[in-house]
Design a protein around this ligand. Structure first.
Ligand code: GRF
Length: 200
C-alpha cells in the first residue's frame, strides 16, 4: 500500500474529495498518510477530522531554503511514495522534483495548455477563461516536472461556461464537475501503476 502525501495551501476541497474517494474505495492502491500545508489552511482541519497526520511548514516564517529542506525531511520521515498537489501554491524545488520523479501529481483548474503556467492559479485561471470568452473550460490532472503545469497530462474533464458566469461560480462548477472527480481517478491511476513497479 503506497504512502500518499497531499500538499495543500487553501480550503482543501480537493483533499476532501481524495479522503472521501479513499473511504469509497475509489482510491485503493494507496493511503493518504500525511497532509502538509505551506501556510495555515482549512485543509489541515479536514485532515485532522479524518485522523490523518498533518504538518504545517509555514514558508513565510521558515524562508525558502529551510522550507524546502524541511519539506524533503518530512516526506522521507513519513516514508512517502507519492505526492499529490491539491491547491498547493508553493513551487517545488528541482531537488524534490527529481527525487520524486514521475511520482508527483497536480490538479490544475483549466484544460492545459490553456490558462496555465506562471500566475495562473485559483480565481485568476477562471478570470482569464472568462475574459478570453471560451465556451468550454475544465480541469487537468498531470504529472509535475520543473515546468509549472508542464508535466505529462493524465486526465482532463471539460466543463461548460455559462452566460453570466462569474469567476467564483465558474470555479465552483469546475471543482464540482471536474476537479473533485478526476483528481481521485488520477491518484488511483498513478498509485496503481507505481505499486506494480515497486512489486517488480
Ligand atoms: C482552487 O482554485 C482549485 O481550483 C485549485 O486550487 C484551489 C484551491 O482548491 N485546484 P482546494 O479547495 O484547496 O482544493
Amino acid at each position: 500500500m503506497l504512502n500518499i502525501a497531499v500538499l495543500v495551501s487553501g480550503g482543501g476541497t480537493n483533499l476532501q474529495a481524495l479522503i472521501d474517494a479513499e473511504k469509497k474505495g475509489i482510491i485503493k492502491s494507496g493511503k493518504i498518510t500525511l497532509v502538509l500545508a505551506d501556510r495555515l489552511s482549512y485543509g489541515l482541519e479536514r485532515a485532522k477530522n479524518a485522523n490523518i497526520a498533518t504538518q504545517l511548514l509555514d514558508k513565510k516564517s521558515l524562508g525558502r531554503k529551510a522550507f524546502e529542506s524541511s519539506l524533503l525531511d518530512t516526506l522521507s520521515t513519513h516514508n512517502i511514495d507519492m505526492i499529490v498537489l491539491a491547491g498547493f501554491l508553493s513551487i517545488l524545488s528541482p531537488l524534490l522534483i527529481s527525487k520524486y520523479n514521475d511520482r508527483i501529481i497536480n490538479i490544475h483548474p483549466s484544460l492545459i495548455p490553456s490558462f496555465c503556467g506562471k500566475g495562473f492559479y485559483g480565481l485568476h485561471v477562471h478570470e482569464a477563461a472568462l475574459s478570453y470568452g471560451v465556451k468550454v473550460t475544465g480541469a487537468t490532472v498531470h504529472l509535475v516536472n520543473e515546468i509549472p503545469d508542464g508535466g505529462r497530462i493524465l486526465l482532463q474533464k471539460a466543463v461548460e461556461v455559462k452566460d453570466g458566469d462569474t469567476p467564483e461560480c465558474l470555479q465552483k462548477r469546475v471543482m464540482e464537475e471536474a476537479e473533485w472527480i478526476i483528481l481521485p481517478q488520477g491518484v488511483e491511476m498513478l498509485a496503481e501503476q507505481l505499486s506494480k513497479e515497486i512489486i517488480k
